[in-house]
Design a protein around this ligand. Sequence first.
Ligand code: NAD
Length: 357
Amino acid sequence: MEFNIALVKGDGIGPEIVSGAVQVLEKIGEKFGHTFRFTEYLAGGCAIDACGVPLPEETVQGCRNSDSVLLGAVGGPKWDGLPGDVRPEKALLGLRSALGLYTNLRPAKLYSALAGECPLRPDIVAKGFDLMMVRELTGGIYFGERGRREGKYGPEAYDTEAYSVMEIERIARVAFEAARKRNKKVHSIDKANVLETSRLWRETVHRIAEEYPDVECVDMLVDNTAMQLVRNPSQFDVVVTTNMFGDILSDEASQITGSIGLLPSASLGATTCGMYEPIHGSAPDIAGQDKANPIATILSAAMMLRYSFSLLEEAACIEKAVDAVLDAGWRTADIIGSSTDRPLRGSEMTQKILEQI
Ligand code: NAD
């Protein structure tokens, strides 16, 4: 099969980690007889430098016309002083919106080889965990009306959260479908004791749950969820929530796995064209030093094969190769834990994974 992939390398370590994932995809192409064609587009700080805007129209069109998008990371101190609407991060929101990507999938699993990295108590680590965060991505407070005004106590700022029934229904269905392929349990996270949007969320999720009698549906308040993720993460299978709650909880879930350098993500919409990226940022502190762990981006490429191209065997081949390399004790600097670990540079980690494939 043939696929056109838009590469948005971005800033900082973006070019290094995307290069690792491209090599892995090329190897998979050779092994399984597929052709992946790559076209590069600018977004983020590098686009601001080259074209004056974080998300050039050419990038939007190129990504729209591709079969999927592989993104590194955007941003860095060089652009931190710019106003909100021209900052590099604006490119991410813009791309998600332009491609209609309303779902963010973030698996967070504890690798047994890296259990020592997990910051939780040993008895909690012993139970293990493997959860899938399903975050609504194009609605809620990040896209609501905002501004500054004169208030009761002088100047004030406001952001508003709105959710339609349609937006909640479609994300709830993604979560229940995902749970059907996993352990058949959905935790729906809200703040229904305070927020009206959360009450609509809960009502709507319950209605969709009736279509999935084989999946257990549990409501949990967001503050309790923040605690439960560190007390007993093994209770979760699929967790579905709003844009802002998902942003915060998925970072918490990533931290308890022990390394953000390992975690991939997928952003999906109504078509098969998705956007795949590591959950970490552009790590300007280590950019250009060959220290960046490419695994999160390589696993993002595996998610692309699974969710956009339906190449399940090929995706599993990448995931198994990563498992094997970690089981053998190979580590980049961010995940070195014990004296028996075998240190590697970022590009060497990619080579180890290629050898396993
Ligand atoms: P970060 O994720 O870039 O880095 C946090 C820490 O983790 C740093 O010490 C970094 O060296 C380390 N790290 C991150 N990825 C790593 C990897 N693959 N291998 C080894 N170590 C890794 O978060 P930050 O420092 O808060 O943000 C830096 C920049 O990235 C900011 O400009 C921020 O806005 C941007 N950012 C972008 C995205 C994105 O593009 N999706 C996401 C988050 C942050």
